[in-house]
Write a protein that binds this ligand. Sequence first.
Ligand code: IPM
Ligand code: MG
Length: 361
Amino acid sequence: MNANIVLLPGDGIGPEVIRAAHRVLVAIGEKFGHAFQFNEQMIGGIAIDLFGDPLPEATVAACKASDAVLLGAVGGPKWDDPNAKTRPEAGLLRIRKELGLFANLRPIVTFPELLDSSPLKRSIIEGTDILFFRELTGGLYFGPSGCETLPDGQQRAYSTAVYTTSEVDRIVRMAANAARGRRKKLTMVDKANVLEASRLWRRVSAKIMQEEFPDLEYEVVLVDSMAMHLLSRPTSFDVVVTSNMFGDILTDEASMLPGSLGMLPSASIGSDGPGLYEPIHGSAPDIAGKGIANPLATILAAAMLLRHSLHLNAEAECIERAVRKVLAQGHRTADLVPRGTPSIGTDAMTDRVLDALHGSA
Ligand code: IPM
Ligand code: MG
């Protein structure tokens, strides 16, 4: 297969983890006889520094012309001024919108080898396997917003949660289809006791589930209870679907179940066109440049890219097996061990994954 993959390293540890995932993709290409072309482009703070724009036109054009996009992370203290004209995060929000990536898939799976790395009790988290579908191009993130000065000199700022029937319909349908191929349970999370937009979510999803997915177990949970249930009974969830803002918050919370943010990949996909794959973690400016970042989330994001955008299932599984193997062998980056315990760096961890891929470990 020929495939054109855009790499967006971004800021902080982004370039380090993208380099790691790139090495793994090259190895997979060689092992399975695929010609992957890589095209590196700018996004985030580095693009603001160089072009005054967190998402330069050349980046958008390259992404649109690609088969898939692999992103590191954006942002950092350098660009945090609340009065700045633009922010690195704006680049990420715009590329999601430009590519029509309305569904953000965030699998939360505990690795047996890492059960003791989680701050939560093994008895609660063991067996957790949740697939979040976070709506990604609507809601509070993209509704009307602004800031105005009132006659008395105060400022008044607002952001609005807006959803249309079709925006809810397409993500609920996608999540329900995924549940059908898994443990056949869908949980829809909202705040319908307060928010009008949530009441639309509730009506639209109830109708779809009743008419088209009667074979699935369907439940609705309010977002505040969900925050609690995720910590008390995570194994009772299979597929979870929710709006942009709730999904942002709940998936960061859920990322603590497997122990480290450094292990979790995510996929953002639309109805057609290239998908965008990235680790859930951010740019981690505190450890950037030190060579100690955990590359596994980005390597697993590369596996999701192969599976979802290029339909290369065997290749994706090969990467996932290699990652499990290095964990079983006891290799750990600093984020996965208690402070003071020996660990290996980004490059060494990537070398171990490559060894496992080649069957030489
Ligand atoms: C995420 C991030 C982004 C978001 C930020 C960086 C804009 O937190 O992907 O979860 O809020 O969507
Ligand atoms: Mg987030």
